[in-house]
Write a protein that binds this ligand. Sequence first.
Ligand code: TYD
Length: 134
Amino acid sequence: MKPTIELPKIIDPRGNLSVCEGGQHIPFDIKRVYWMYEVPKGKDRGAHAHKKLEQIIVAMHGSFVVNLDNGKEKASYKLEYPWEGLYIAPGTWRTLDYFTEDAVCMVIASEHYDENDYIRNYDDFITWINAQGK
Ligand code: TYD
């Protein structure tokens, strides 16, 4: 799957509008939405993976970089458009960095918050990936 998803952009002289519907523009039903903001200059977020959770990340304002690592391949994506979503599959180590001071990072998630779904140590992540036979 291509990780970036272009969301509908409804251009309007009164101001533009974008939308995403669970199961329509994004490949899961939405159970949770959260957002990060006022990230101090030079600070990173993330540094964990999820076993089951699927997520879409959108830069609602400003920009930041999302670094993905599935245990075999690594890729980095700069997000800066409120009509672009980045899909994060289960079993992906992610870090987010280079936040601009005005950045608002919205995350749309397939599951409710569950600390047991997190893998917060990189060596544990690699062990878990290898155990999946991926
Ligand atoms: P965490 O997911 O570790 O942040 P990051 O996205 O930078 O990796 O979450 C930080 C804290 O916020 C953690 O103590 C748990 C809490 N939290 C919730 O209570 N609910 C949520 O939906 C999320 C994402 C985090």
